[in-house]
Design a protein around this ligand. Structure first.
Ligand SMILES: [Zn+2]
Length: 194
């Protein structure tokens, strides 16, 4: 399996919006077909962002309809998180759109290892979208919004959560090194271009 998805936060809503990335100045969609969708979903289960119990008894399959609905949700969450990262205030009309996604697959709860796991009650599509919308709503209401930042690389569109207040990049490995290298290049040029 290709290591296609480089961003994992443990928050499926954040991981979803970061399935779009910039490559050589172009916006690239990492969820371009159903195979990508299945790969992304399995990766999040593998990384523990979703648990098997949450998708144990569902009807429906990952298909074109799920992919399109997921992209609609992704656009809503991106707009919400970008606005909230700018001024700390999540727009109410976008919150209400997320609430509608949770209505389609409300939750039962399962006790596991001292935690309560929300288990959506709906089709695969409704359940997947409901869990991701719930995660985005949780970020907006659990005091985490001040930790939401845009990557400081102007060529990057990723957002991330940071509780230390020290992190500047989505990833040191990706943008951090890139930005350090370009600053070093600028410094070492005698007459930097204006
Ligand atoms: Zn970045």
């Amino acid at each position: 399996m290709r290591a296609k998805f480089n961003f994992f936060s443990g928050n499926p809503s954040l991981d979803l919006i970061n399935t779009e990335e910039m490559r050589r100045g172009k916006r690239v969609d990492l969820l371009s077909n159903i195979d990508d969708l299945i790969h992304w979903f399995q990766t999040l289960v593998h990384m523990g962002a979703f648990s098997q119990e949450q998708f144990a008894d569902l009807g429906g399959q990952p298909d074109e309809g799920v992919l399109n609905a997921l992209k609609t949700l992704r656009a809503i969450i991106r707009e919400l998180f970008e606005k909230a990262a700018n001024n700390g205030i999540p727009p109410l009309e976008l919150i209400e759109k997320l609430e509608l996604f949770t209505k389609n697959a409300p939750f039962a709860y399962k006790y596991k290892e001292d935690r309560l796991i929300p288990v959506p009650t709906g089709s695969f599509q409704s359940s997947l979208l409901s869990l991701i919308a719930l995660d985005a709503l949780d970020i907006c209401t659990s005091g985490k919004l001040p930790e939401l930042h845009r990557c400081e690389n102007p060529q990057c569109i990723w957002l991330y959560l940071d509780s230390t207040g020290k992190r500047k990049w989505c990833s040191m490995k990706l943008c951090g090194n890139r930005m350090k290298a370009s600053r070093f290049k600028l410094k070492s040029e005698e007459q930097p271009e204006s």
